[in-house]
Design a protein around this ligand. Sequence first.
Ligand SMILES: Cc1cc2nc3c(=O)[nH]c(=O)nc-3n(C[C@H](O)[C@H](O)[C@H](O)COP(=O)(O)OP(=O)(O)OC[C@H]3O[C@@H](n4cnc5c(N)ncnc54)[C@H](O)[C@@H]3O)c2cc1C
Length: 465
Amino acid sequence: MRRVTRVVIIGGGPGGYEAALVAAQLGGEVTLIDSDGIGGSAVLTDCVPSKTLIATAEVMTEVSESAELGIRFAGDLRVDLEAVNQRVLELAAAQSADIAERLAREQVTLLRGRGRLDGTEAVIATTEDGEQRLPADVTLIATGAHPRVLPDAVPDGERILTWTQVYGLTELPEKLIVVGSGVTGAEFAGAYSALGSEVALVSSRDRVLPHEDADAAQVLEDVFTRRGMQVLSRSRAQSVARDGDQVVVTLTDGRTVTGSHCLLAVGSIPNTDALGLAEAGVELDDGGFVKVDRVSRTSARGVYAAGDCTGVLMLASVAAMQGRIAMWHALGDRVGPLDLSVVSSNVFTAPEIATVGMNQQQADTAVPKVATVTLPLEGNARAKMQGIRDGFVKVFCLPVTGIIVGGVVVAPRASELIHPLAIAVAERLTVDQLAESFTVYPSISGSLAEAARRLHLHGQELRGS
Ligand SMILES: Cc1cc2nc3c(=O)[nH]c(=O)nc-3n(C[C@H](O)[C@H](O)[C@H](O)COP(=O)(O)OP(=O)(O)OC[C@H]3O[C@@H](n4cnc5c(N)ncnc54)[C@H](O)[C@@H]3O)c2cc1C
């Protein structure tokens, strides 16, 4: 008789819980240890809460920009932030409970506490009942990450906040200073601006979203500014201090910005301390992230890692896939290595920015040359009807074959519109195949098919060049 494989997972975020479901499905005896709540930061403090807050912000944006569509309302349009945050926290808690229930149904043993490796073949779980040693044939580290703070900008949970602390606010910040213009900073800056706060966005780079498509980032920065946000580019925050009911952000060039609240969005630090990793032979990189290969193996036999603690690509979807791959590999199922070139991701601003596959920078330097078409949405019939002016679709394809290798959508609900391009990139579909499929008239996705049609000719031009 085959001995059951004992799987112990440390961390109950998407990296951990998705792995647990796969391991249970494949007949493993699975124990999952989590210190802060099933669902991890993704469900309790990061993705789920922020996107729930943003759902309210989206409605505010739509309503406040609906005059052109003939909508008139008397009186103030106002957000009750206490009610919004209560909904956010309830929804996150319910989502966490749903996941815990599903895991229990699949016979996964859940332990509330902290886990650490005891060599490569056991894990020590510290719970309120004390310590227990759990023998393990396979271990997965999926401990996530926590917000980075600056030495001279220590959050107080009241007015100087990390993104995990904003849901305690009962009143809308009068003036919110967001430090950091990456995805998290841009999403919160956009959301609070839509909710009614005055917002200043402190960005150390030339433009917001320095790692996203430059054309998309420019659209967003223009929209932010048009809506009244103060975007301070090439401005690095040195310190953040309380001054009574105010916060003062001092920039490295000596300028100061004053507001009622400050949100720090300056990146994440992996949770890899005190896990017994070095003793077990698990190597970390210079940033403290666990080094893994494309099937999530660490440098120690039988020990896998997934999610933000690996720093591979800090997305819930990638964490989940790394966790599943680890278990498919460890438990002998069919498995392919993680392929980041097919990952789609989204910035939840208004408009949203969704991307998949090759980016503009890679396209510009690719050999052979990659063909690109960008279609602004202002020419799209549905966009005109809906009063949408900001945004575009962009498609990248290989010359000769016309295989789609990447794309960008900047539009409301771009997160939903990117899927045809994600399928095309994953399945190596050609622009002609995308162009020949029907789109609804009128629809924003019609612009995706139109871009593909235009690339048919562009591909020929490149062929001749
Ligand atoms: C504001 C914000 C918004 C985001 N929005 C999105 C989004 O919309 N879409 C998206 O794809 N990604 C989003 N992300 C990224 C996403 O949240 C992370 O990539 C995801 O949470 C990573 O999952 P994980 O399983 O690696 O870790 P986590 O979700 O962080 O879970 C790790 C868990 O392990 C626990 N843990 C840590 N150490 C131990 C220990 N020693 N013992 C036991 N338990 C331990 C932690 O408490 C935590 O519960 C967002 C991130 C932020 C900051």
